[in-house]
Design a protein around this ligand. Sequence first.
Ligand code: SF4
Length: 416
Amino acid sequence: MTERQHAAYGASNAHRWLVCHASIKEAAKAPPRPSSRAAREGTAAHALLEHCLKTGVWDARPYIGQAIDPEFPIDDMMARGVNTCLDLVWRILAENPGAELHVENQFEIPSLAAPGQVYGHCDICIFVPSNGWLIVIDFKYGYDVVDVKGNPQCLHYGTGAFFSGRFQNVQALTTWICQPRAYGTGVTEYHTYSVQEVYDFYARVEQAVADSKAENPTYAPSRERCKYCPANTTCAAARSAALVTFGFNDVKQVGEAVIPAPQDVDIPTMAHVLAHADMLRGWLDAYETHAKELLLQGVFIPGQKLVEAKQNRAWHGEEEQVAAALMRLIGLTWDEVMPRGLIPVTEAEKLAVDAYKARAPRGQKMEAAKAAREALAFLTHKPKAPTYTMASESDPRPAVNPVKQMFAGVVPSSSS
Ligand code: SF4
């Protein structure tokens, strides 16, 4: 796998610099960090996908056991994840005669404020000349659910492709996110934009780029933006945003302060703390991650040290052999040493979708996946008694008021 040159105004960090314009100069000052294990695993899965697409492969499973990156040999999960994306791409191509496939292309947004610096590498781009349909597909191998509507990374690729001059008479842009390991939202999601919306995004990019070069660019700390920002341990704005939650001016006040118990604060104070809780957690996480990196490099941090993590014992050998030995040793039955249980619903759903799709003829894979989910629905139910979880006001789910629901029908409403 070849190392890529990353753009300052890249697509994968567009969610950050489009809002926190100052992150461009803060990230440039921050010390370099090694890539995470999750990022390296994602790169390996992308390399497998690229290979399959470029060689016309429909099924990645024959590659199981081989390795493009020796750190991450191809396993069943990686092959099936890549297959999800392959199914989508080959289906779109089959259903749109004359469609062109472009794999791992660099697309640049022609910024006047930063020429040659606003570009990204798009996993998959498909263009259908007959109706001017431009499609970009972003493959994600992580577990975090990513929303597709308004997704800045996909819009960055799509806008770059739109302005590349390679696709004539574009009528609409569809961005697709394929995220096979993020359960709960379906494995592929898409959103379609008009040409006007592409121009609107371009204008937003230009405005953000221009402000990032100003003397006092905009800072916009938030949990999701600061979490992976290269400057999250050095940026004063992120530090202040976390500290002011509890009325601190300086990080050294943290040890001396008496933080009030939740029962002792009024509702507005509680609302303020909760609104900034993610920020505070993210800031502490960033400190712990950075401190561990420094300790691993041998840097002395007063009051902290590295110790060997507790290793849990694991069975040695094949499961069946160990189970048989345990039965002989302790005199237990097979079910006592290897209790059987149903697999989780989400796992069963994935297996059902795979099985239905494998049986379905080419071009009918989507319908087969839908049929599999409908068949499984008869075997599942949701508990009737609701459980509650707290969410911020911006969460798309409707708010519920259990007290109001309890007294519904008892207290007449004011309008009646
Ligand atoms: S740490 Fe947060 S506030 Fe600071 S530059 Fe990065 S994204 Fe912006």
